[in-house]
Design a protein around this ligand. Structure first.
Ligand SMILES: NC(=O)C1=CN([C@@H]2O[C@H](COP(=O)(O)OP(=O)(O)OC[C@H]3O[C@@H](n4cnc5c(N)ncnc54)[C@H](OP(=O)(O)O)[C@@H]3O)[C@@H](O)[C@H]2O)C=CC1
Ligand SMILES: O=C1O[C@H](COP(=O)(O)O)[C@@H](O)[C@H](O)[C@H]1O
Length: 438
C-alpha cells in the first residue's frame, strides 16, 4: 500500500510542538490517520530523529512514524526513501515572511504533482498588497486546488454549528435582519499576553492577528446570505459576497501598560494589543445594523462569545424599564453553547417581568466527543476535504475590508489584567452574565 507523507515545515517551532503533534497523536489513537503515514518535521535546528522525538514529547505510536530532516535540501529523495508514496501533504508552520521562499524551494526540490497539497497557516500576508503578491508567488508553482488555507476558528465545533443554527432551524432565520436585530457584538478576550511571540506579534497586532482572519470569519458566517448548498465552494462564494459589502466604520486601538517593556518588543512600539472595530454591511438585510468586533490580550478573562441583540418587542404592553433586550449568545470558548435571553413573568400575584436564560450546552448534550480544531483540520487536509478551509480570494477580500483599520490611529492604554473602559458600543452586552451557564 502506498504511503501518505505529512511534511511539517517549521517542525521545530512552537505551533508544531504545542498543537500539531498533540493533535496528530490524538487522531492517530482514534484511528483517524492513514495506517501507512510518515510524519517528517523539518526546520533549521540540527535535530536527529531521536532528539526531535524527545523534543516534541509525544506517544510511542507517533514516534514510530516520526522523522526529522534539516532544511529542504534533497527532501524529495528523502521522502522517496520511504518507498511507494501516494500523497504528500506539506504543512507550513513557518513565519509568514518565509512562505513564498519556501514554496519556491519545494518546487525547486521537485515536490510537485497532483498528489502534493500545501496547508498554509494564517496570516496570509500582512495587508492586501502583500497577500496578493503571496497569492501570485504561490500560484506560479502550485494550482489553487492544492492550497489549503488554515483558519483554526473555522474548525471549532461551536463555530461550525453557527451554519446549522441558522440554516437547519426554521425559528431564527426569518428574524435574522435589521427589522429584528439591533446590533451584533463579537468578543474574543485573551487573558494571556504575547508570551514569547514578540517577534511575530509586534509586527502584527490584534487587527492583523485576530480580526482579519478568525473574527471576520465569525462575522461572515453569522451574516452571509443562504449559500446554494453546504459545499465548501458555495459557502466561500457567499462569504465573499458578504465581505464585498462590509465596511469599517470606527476603530479603537489599545495597548496594555508595560507592553513596550516585553522582551523583543520595540520600546516605541505602536502595535495594538486591543482593538474594537465597528462595521456596517451595505445590504438590505443589514442596513445600518452596527456590528462590533472586540479583541485583546492581557484582558480580565479568556472567552470568545457572539451576542446577537434584538430590538424591543413591537407591542410593549408591559412595563419593562429594568429589562434587557432579547439576545442570542453563542459562547464559543472556554465553555460552548447557545443561550437565548428571554423575558418571563416572575411567579406571583402581580405582573413582574425578568430576564431569564434558555440554554443549550455542549457539555450537557454531547459529553466529551468534541474534536479539537487542529485534529479536525489535519484529518480533513489529509483526506483532501476543503470544507473548513479558507479560500484564497476570501482572505484577499478580508484584507481589503480591514485595511482602513490598519492605519495607526491613536492608542488608548489599559492595565494588564483589566479591560479598557473605552467602547464604541452604545449598549454593550455583559457577556459575564452568560459564560457560566454552560
Ligand atoms: N504558535 C501558535 O500558537 C500559533 C501559530 N500560528 C502560525 O503558525 C506559524 C508558526 O508559528 P510558531 O510555531 O509559533 O513560530 P516559531 O517561531 O515557534 O517557529 C517557527 C518555525 O519556522 C522555522 N523558521 C524560522 N525562520 C525560518 C526561515 N527563515 N527559514 C526556514 N525556517 C524558518 C523555525 O525553525 P528553527 O527554529 O529550527 O530555526 C521554526 O521551526 C506562524 O505562521 C504563526 O502565525 C497560528 C496560530 C497559533
Ligand atoms: O491565531 C491565533 O490564535 C490564538 C487564539 O486561538 P484560540 O484558539 O486559543 O482562541 C491567539 O492567541 C494567537 O495570537 C493567534 O495568532
Amino acid at each position: 500500500m502506498s504511503k501518505t507523507v505529512l511534511l511539517i515545515l517549521g517542525g521545530s517551532g512552537d505551533l508544531t510542538k504545542r498543537k500539531l503533534i498533540p493533535a496528530l497523536s490524538s487522531i492517530q489513537s482514534k484511528k483517524l490517520l492513514p495506517d501507512e503515514l510518515v510524519v517528517i518535521g523539518s526546520g533549521r535546528t540540527d535535530y536527529t530523529h531521536d532528539t526531535y522525538r524527545e523534543h516534541v514529547e509525544t506517544t510511542k505510536e507517533l514516534c514510530d512514524c516520526l522523522y526529522y530532516h534539516v532544511g529542504l535540501d534533497n527532501i524529495k529523495e528523502y521522502i522517496n526513501s520511504f518507498g511507494d508514496i501516494g500523497k504528500i501533504v506539506v504543512f507550513f508552520s513557518l513565519p509568514p515572511s518565509v512562505y513564498a521562499k519556501s514554496v519556491q524551494e519545494l518546487y525547486k526540490q521537485g515536490l510537485v504533482g497532483n498528489n502534493v497539497s500545501l496547508i498554509i497557516e494564517k496570516p496570509f500576508g500582512r495587508d492586501l498588497e502583500s497577500s496578493k503578491e503571496l497569492e501570485k508567488d504561490i500560484l506560479k508553482f502550485y494550482p489553487k486546488e492544492s492550497i489549503f488555507l488554515i483558519d483554526h476558528y473555522l474548525a471549532k465545533e461551536p463555530v461550525q454549528n453557527i451554519l446549522i443554527f441558522r440554516f437547519a432551524n426554521r425559528i431564527f432565520e426569518p428574524n435574522w435582519n435589521r427589522f429584528h436585530i439591533e446590533s451584533i457584538q463579537i468578543n474574543c478576550s485573551e487573558s494571556i499576553g504575547i508570551e514569547d511571540r514578540a517577534k511575530y506579534f509586534d509586527q502584527s497586532g490584534m487587527i492583523r492577528d485576530m480580526i482579519q482572519s478568525h473574527l471576520l470569519q465569525l462575522l461572515t458566517i453569522l451574516t452571509m446570505e443562504t449559500p446554494k448548498s453546504s459545499s465548501a465552494s458555495d459557502i466561500v462564494a457567499e462569504k465573499i459576497k458578504l465581505l464585498k459589502k462590509l465596511k469599517v466604520k470606527n476603530v479603537i486601538r489599545g495597548q496594555y501598560e508595560g507592553y513596550r517593556d516585553e522582551k523583543g518588543v520595540d520600546p516605541k512600539s505602536n502595535t495594538e494589543t486591543f482593538a474594537q472595530v465597528e462595521f456596517r454591511i451595505d445590504s438590505d438585510r443589514w442596513y445600518n445594523v452596527p456590528i462590533y468586533i472586540t479583541t485583546g490580550k492581557a484582558l480580565k478573562r479568556r472567552g470568545t462569545e457572539i451576542g446577537v441583540v434584538f430590538r424591543d418587542a413591537d407591542t410593549p404592553i408591559f412595563e419593562n424599564d429594568n429589562l434587557k433586550k432579547n439576545a442570542i449568545v453563542f459562547t464559543v470558548q472556554p465553555q460552548s453553547g447557545i443561550i437565548v435571553d428571554l423575558v418571563n413573568k416572575i411567579p406571583g400575584w402581580g405582573v413582574s417581568l425578568t430576564n431569564t436564560n434558555m440554554s443549550f450546552c455542549y457539555s450537557n448534550q454531547f459529553s466529551n466527543n468534541i474534536p479539537d480544531a487542529y485534529q479536525r483540520l489535519l484529518v480533513d487536509a489529509i483526506k483532501g476535504d476543503k470544507t473548513l478551509f479558507v479560500g484564497i480570494e476570501e482572505t484577499g477580500e478580508a484584507w481589503r475590508v480591514i485595511e482602513p483599520a490598519l492605519s495607526e490611529s491613536e492608542l488608548i492604554y489599559y492595565k494588564k489584567g483589566e479591560d479598557p473602559i473605552e467602547t464604541l458600543i452604545e449598549d454593550p452586552l455583559d457577556f459575564t452574565k452568560y459564560i457560566n451557564i454552560c
